[in-house]
Design a protein around this ligand. Structure first.
Ligand code: AMP
Ligand code: ZN
Length: 114
């Protein structure tokens, strides 16, 4: 998707602050962090939202979570705890329509989220 911000990060057109990457996923720091660690894990391949996932994406979604675990290790928050969130749709707060797993940590978290 040529006009997708996160596709531009995945293909190197824009260079984010990368924390972790593999052939399939990229993890970079959120530009407007909501916690001491706030990293977004994205698939390199464009998928707009959870609603667009298919059976063929099952392994890729697993890789997003393994990416979150790798980020937590690198950031030193694996033991203290961290939250993973994927918003789906504008009503849930999704603003960038290329799926991304938020990894938030380094501070206490409240429940329920707002
Ligand atoms: P969401 O609201 O769940 O779609 O999350 C989108 C996230 O992308 C927000 O937390 C934004 O702060 C973040 N974001 C938007 N533009 C950039 C950017 N250029 N670099 C890094 N993060 C960004
Ligand atoms: Zn995209």
């Amino acid at each position: 998707m040529s006009d997708c911000l996160f596709c531009k990060m995945a293909n190197g057109e824009i260079t984010p602050d990368i924390v972790h990457e593999t052939d399939d996923i990229l993890a970079f720091r959120d530009i407007n962090p909501q916690a001491p660690t706030h990293v977004l894990v994205i698939p390199r391949r464009h998928i707009s939202s959870i609603n667009d996932l298919t059976e063929a994406d099952q392994e890729l979604v697993g890789k997003l979570y393994l990416g979150a675990k790798a980020v937590a290790g690198k950031e030193g928050i694996r033991e203290s705890g961290y939250r993973t969130v994927m918003n789906c749709g504008a009503g849930a707060g999704q603003t960038v329509f290329h799926i991304h797993l938020h990894v938030l940590g380094g501070r206490g978290m409240q429940w329920p989220p707002g």
